[in-house]
Structures are given as structure tokens and as C-alpha cells.
Design a protein around this ligand. Structure first.
Ligand code: C2E
Ligand code: MG
Ligand code: MG
Ligand code: MG
Length: 277
């Protein structure tokens, strides 16, 4: 790559280069500070069974309540947190918060279903990931049976041996495992068969242009069929319209998540939303 660049770029040290470097390290420091000072909040989005319309799960989605920039989307900081490995402490923090919320909802008898938590592949590959989350879970006293860990295809492609062992241990402890953004990665079908999975989440990009787009029709039907064959539940992400929902029901999809039912919201907003409905 570097060979393609003009050497000129390397001879002159421009102020914008320094600026760029400073921005990055300031961002990392901000992120570190934000973890220490608890600037993260979780929003929750319901997952709906397409046949009963019951809420089967709540997915926790992190946001950064930045003192200057306002509420930041995970797209603005998760990737960098992974690069710097700050996702390790941040991920544990998210796990703890999500379980505390699940515990409150269970105690109030408000919601007793699954709490779904996104797990980065950096976390999966971390040596003591399981011990760390288990310590938190046991302290908060939430059953592993009500926790679903959302991983992506890349988390078992980098180091398949280690990751499949980790997922197997998690499954033995009672955790459910789902594959997020399914269809966008490079998972081999033989891994899918071997891994202890519970659910495939069809990526939003295949749902967006349903029912119109023929390719997306074919892809989503194929994923649903694959799920059926492997005895996995299939959830469609990013369902925004009634027409998409009808298509999914007609083609045997089990569950959905998306703005059609509810956007991700703070726990309080979700509570009043569900009381009104
Ligand atoms: P994801 O896990 O696939 O989450 C689904 C994303 O789609 C969420 O974006 C959600 O707000 C959005 N979404 C849900 N329904 C709809 C819909 O009907 N239409 C549209 N257009 N979007 C919809 P969000 O919250 O910005 O999160 C983005 C990604 O950031 C997540 O994708 C996940 O990969 C990552 N992420 C979020 N929270 C965490 C976390 O706690 N830990 C880690 N490691 N990653 C996280
Ligand atoms: Mg997810
Ligand atoms: Mg997704
Ligand atoms: Mg994702």
C-alpha cells in the first residue's frame, strides 16, 4: 500500500498530520475517562415473536453520553475501543449494566425474557472472558439461561479453535449464543453446524429492501431455511414496515426486531412505552 503513495507525503510533516495524531490520542483518553466516569448508558430494543407478538428479548445497545458532543452512537466509538482494547473494560461495564437492568425488570415482574448483549470478538478472544462475566453474573444473580450473547461471524473465524471452545463453555453454563449481522461475514457452514448456536439474526441490509428486491427475497429465504435445517431460531433485524413483517411471517421467520415495533430506548422510556401499549 505504502508504495503507491508519493514519497512527498513522507518528506513533509504537515500540521494536519499532527492534528490527526493528537485527535486520535485525545479520543482514546476521552474514552478511557468515560469508562472511569461512567458516561455510558444502555438503550434497549424489544425482540418480538412473529407468531405470538410477545416480547421475547431485549437487546442492550450502548450509547456514550459525551459531555461535549452529546449522545454518541456505538458506530462512533466501538471500533476504536476494539483497536485499543478498551472494549475489554467497557464490555464488562456494559455486561454489568445490562444484567442489573434485567435483574430490576425481573424483580418488578416487568420483563422475564432474554437480555441480549453484544459481545465484540476482542472480548471472546480474551483469555479470562468467561471468568469475568461469570463473576459479574453470579454477583447480580441473574440466570445464564436468560442471557443471550450476540457475536458476529468474525469472532469465530479469527481463531476458530479457541472461539469454539469458549462458545461451548458458555453454552454449558446456560448462555444462549446468537450470530448478529448474519450473512455479512464469512462463516463457513461447517462451523455453523459445529458451534453451539441458538439464533441467526438476519442482517438489516437484507431486510431493508424487502419485499421488493428479488435478491434480498432469495437471501432472507435462504437464511430462514438454513436456520430451520440447523434447528436455529431466525430473527430479522431492522424491520421497519408492515410489508416486511408480512413477508417474514409468510416465509417462516421466527422473530423480528426493528423500528416497526420499537426503536431502542432508555429503560424508563421503554417502560412507559410498553405500559401505554
Ligand atoms: P447491532 O447489534 O446489529 O444492532 C442493531 C442496530 O440497528 C442498532 O444500532 C439499532 O439501533 C439499529 N436498528 C434497530 N432496528 C432498526 C430499524 O428498524 N432500522 C434501522 N435503520 N436501524 C435499526 P446501534 O444501536 O447504533 O448499534 C450499532 C452497532 O453497534 C450494533 O449493531 C453493534 O454491532 C454495535 N453495538 C451496540 N452496542 C454494543 C455493545 O454494547 N457492545 C458492542 N461490542 N457492540 C455494540
Ligand atoms: Mg446486536
Ligand atoms: Mg445486527
Ligand atoms: Mg453488529
Amino acid at each position: 500500500e505504502a508504495k503507491n503513495h508519493s514519497t512527498k507525503n513522507y518528506l513533509f510533516y504537515t500540521p494536519s498530520m499532527t492534528e490527526h495524531l493528537l485527535t486520535i490520542s485525545k479520543f482514546d483518553n476521552d474514552l478511557k475517562h468515560a469508562i472511569e466516569y461512567d458516561e455510558f448508558i444502555l438503550h434497549y430494543q424489544p425482540q418480538i415473536n412473529l407468531h405470538s407478538n410477545a416480547i421475547i428479548g431485549m437487546e442492550a445497545l450502548v450509547r456514550w453520553q459525551h459531555p461535549v458532543k452529546g449522545l454518541l452512537s456505538p458506530y462512533n466509538f466501538i471500533a476504536r475501543a476494539e483497536e485499543t482494547r478498551l472494549i475489554i473494560p467497557l464490555g464488562l461495564f456494559i455486561f454489568k449494566k445490562a444484567l442489573e437492568q434485567a435483574k430490576r425488570w425481573q424483580d418488578e415482574n416487568f420483563f422475564n425474557g432474554i437480555i441480549a448483549i453484544n459481545i465484540s470478538n476482542v472480548q471472546i478472544e480474551e483469555e479470562d472472558f468467561i471468568e469475568q462475566i461469570e463473576a459479574i453474573r453470579q454477583k447480580i444473580e441473574v440466570s445464564a439461561l436468560s442471557i443471550e450473547l450476540e457475536v458476529t461471524e468474525s469472532s469465530f473465524m479469527n481463531n476458530p479453535m479457541h472461539s469454539s471452545k469458549t462458545l461451548q463453555k458458555l453454552e454449558n453454563l446456560g448462555y444462549k449464543i446468537s450470530i448478529d449481522d448474519f450473512g455479512t461475514g464469512y462463516s463457513s457452514l461447517s462451523y455453523l453446524k459445529q458451534l453451539p448456536l441458538h439464533k441467526l439474526k438476519i442482517d438489516r441490509s437484507f431486510i431493508r429492501d424487502l419485499p421488493r428486491d428479488r435478491d434480498d427475497q432469495a437471501i432472507s429465504k435462504a437464511i430462514i431455511a438454513l436456520g430451520k435445517t440447523l434447528e436455529l431460531e431466525v430473527l430479522a433485524e431492522g424491520v421497519e414496515t408492515e410489508e416486511q413483517k408480512v413477508f417474514l411471517i409468510e416465509n417462516g421467520c421466527d422473530s423480528m426486531q426493528g423500528f416497526l415495533f420499537a426503536k431502542p430506548m432508555s429503560a424508563e422510556a421503554l417502560e412507559s412505552f410498553l405500559h401505554q401499549n
